[in-house]
Design a protein around this ligand. Structure first.
Ligand SMILES: [Fe+2]
Ligand SMILES: [Fe+2]
Length: 273
């Protein structure tokens, strides 16, 4: 059984500051609840590196674009697009995390995996936490589904299933593991917040599934993975990756798998066609 700290609070969010980053009241009103929820998660991840952002700028990139492609934070602030390191000929998962992940997303997934490791979770749960939001570098919209698909050929079915369903589960409480409906969501979205029907249906099928708890634990450790100033390296996870991530010998992107193009897209984000 895993013990959860009782007093630890998730990161404090300034509701007004967050809402202000979304734009005018009309813009906020027009957003679907799911879009607002995603904006909140991205906002929290962005806060890991940038405690205070400048005023919103007009959007020139769609909000759902991945961070590596300049997908903006909820404040409309686009990440700085710096020169990228050349990837090795046969890139590994660790190469992608190191050289094709933005620092704030990297920090969040490492903190999440670190929390799972520290609390004695099984290795596959630690891996699921480590991978759960990596795809935000590529695509933000429906990131649970994208993320699961991207990892599917290389991890156990259980791990990709967990990644897929964490997106829906974050909106639903489970007191048995100390996961309450985030107070934060009540404050930000109001009491009448209703997740989109496809999210509800994903939750309902997950709730009855034998691997439910695998996805649930991603949402639990996620709560403790927004600690500003905390840095975790990839080193403690190298052995777990070695044991549970089936690294293709040709390199990710070159193994002819059904998702190889997703990895190549991250490898070559400047290719025009
Ligand atoms: Fe997520
Ligand atoms: Fe997350």
């Amino acid at each position: 059984m895993i013990a959860f700290p009782e007093k630890e609070e998730p990161m404090h969010i300034d509701r007004r500051a967050f809402l202000a980053t979304l734009g005018s009241a009309a813009v906020v009103e027009a957003m679907s609840s799911e879009a607002r929820a995603d904006a909140l998660e991205h906002y929290m991840i962005a806060q890991l590196d940038k405690p205070a952002g400048p005023p919103a700028q007009p959007l020139v990139v769609r909000r759902g674009a991945g961070a590596l492609f300049g997908g903006p934070s909820p404040s409309g602030q686009r990440p700085e697009l710096t020169a990228l390191a050349t990837m090795p000929e046969r890139p590994t998962l660790v190469d992608f995390i190191r050289f094709r992940g933005t620092p704030s997303i990297g920090n969040h997934i490492l903190q999440s995996a670190n929390d799972a490791l520290k609390k004695g979770e099984p290795e596959e749960t630690v891996l699921a936490c480590l991978l759960h939001d990596f795809v935000l570098n590529l695509m933000k919209t429906d990131h649970g589904w994208w993320g699961a698909q991207m990892m599917e050929p290389y991890v156990s079915e259980k791990v990709s299933w967990a990644i897929r369903h964490h997106q829906a589960l974050r909106f639903y409480p489970d007191p048995s593991v100390g996961y309450e409906y985030p107070e934060l969501y009540v404050r930000i979205f109001g009491k009448d917040y209703v997740p989109a029907p496809y999210i509800k249906s994903s939750y309902e099928s997950a709730r009855k599934h034998k691997w439910y708890m695998e996805a649930r634990m991603i949402t639990v450790h996620d709560l403790y993975a927004f600690e500003p100033g905390m840095k975790v390296t990839i080193d403690p996870f190298m052995d777990i990756i070695g044991r549970h991530f089936k690294q293709p010998k040709e390199g990710l992107g070159f193994d002819d798998s059904p998702v190889a193009h997703m990895w190549r897209t991250l490898n070559y984000p400047d290719n025009p066609l």
